[in-house]
Ligand binder design. Structure first.
Ligand code: ATR
Length: 284
């Protein structure tokens, strides 16, 4: 048996195992399993050794390791290096290669809803790995302007510096909170509002979302976050994080296996698993 691992901490809520194992079964790849590997920061080094073992075919990486794992890998794809975050690890000739499929997943989630961000004024809340992937994807899609909004200013500045180097023509603003109300696309790339803290929102208190905006929350659990509930109340068009999760997983699956990702199977498995974790835990 060979294994794909999901490294993160905590991992109680993840629906990736259900989605990836359904895809493996649908493609007839019976000798491989996708397993959760809950990895607190102090165990990361030990877990990277497990990834180097022959039985490991690759991995996904999630919070809080997307950035801290970089120095422990042998090589990085150009995209992972530019974004500064890894969510997928590939094995090539015994080497661990860090890659990033979040940017692809993000753009694909917009594409399936026929939203073209070209020329748009976009606000991104957050400045971590998810925000960096979204910002890179948008810069490549010829967005008009990106406004980076984050609790910690230094992280916004760092991200803006990296974006500037790669995309010198890109119009960028940092922590201009007034611009939020004039944005056509508003993205939550923070972890605020994620289950179990479902009554929190990263938007400023009493913020009124612009009616004609598209509001995209990268959080998928719960499917309707407070951020999205408020945006909907104000008349904006809302997008939850599930579709991005599915497409980043589909791209990772294709990189690991070489098989075409069975999107419909993955979407059904992810949707079922998400419904399952929404149910009140009767046995707890
Ligand atoms: P990821 O790789 O998923 O982006 P991360 O790098 O830990 O994860 O980034 C989490 C993001 O959520 C950061 O932008 C963080 O803001 P800080 O840079 O100020 O830490 C943001 N975030 C997390 N909790 C928050 C909170 N309670 N209020 C505001 N922002 C928060």
């Amino acid at each position: 048996m060979k294994y794909l691992y999901l490294l993160g901490y905590p991992l109680g809520h993840s629906i990736s195992p259900a989605m990836q194992n359904a895809a493996l079964r649908a493609c007839g790849i019976r000798a491989t399993r996708y397993l959760k590997a809950p990895t607190p920061p102090e165990k990361l080094q030990e877990m990277v050794k497990v990834l180097r073992g022959e039985n490991c075919l690759g991995a996904n990486v999630t919070v809080p390791h997307k950035q801290t794992i970089l120095p422990q890998l042998d090589e990085l794809s150009e995209l992972a290096r530019e974004i500064g975050a890894v969510n997928t690890i590939l094995k090539q000739g015994g080497k661990l290669i860090g890659d990033n499929t979040d940017a692809y997943g993000f753009l694909q989630a917009l594409r399936v809803r026929r939203i073209n961000p070209a020329g748009a004024r976009v606000s991104i809340l957050g400045a971590g790995g998810a925000a960096a992937a979204a910002a890179y994807a948008l810069a490549q899609a010829d967005v008009g302007e990106i406004i980076l909004l984050n609790r910690t200013l230094t992280r916004s500045i760092e991200l803006a510096d990296r974006l500037n180097q790669k995309f010198p023509q890109l119009a960028l603003a940092i922590n201009d909170w007034d611009a939020l109300a004039q944005s056509q696309l508003i993205i939550n790339a923070t972890s605020v509002g994620m289950s179990p803290r479902v009554d929190e929102s990263p938007a400023p208190k009493k913020f009124i979302f612009p009616k004609h905006a598209v509001v995209f929350d990268l959080v998928y659990n719960p499917p309707a976050t407070k951020f999205l509930r408020d945006a909907k109340r104000d008349g904006a068009r809302v997008i939850g994080g599930l579709e991005m999760l599915i497409y980043q997983g589909a791209r990772a699956f294709e990189l690991w296996t070489g098989a075409r990702a069975p999107i419909r199977v993955m979407r059904n498995a992810a949707t079922d698993a998400l419904q399952e974790i929404q149910k009140p835990a009767a046995s707890e």
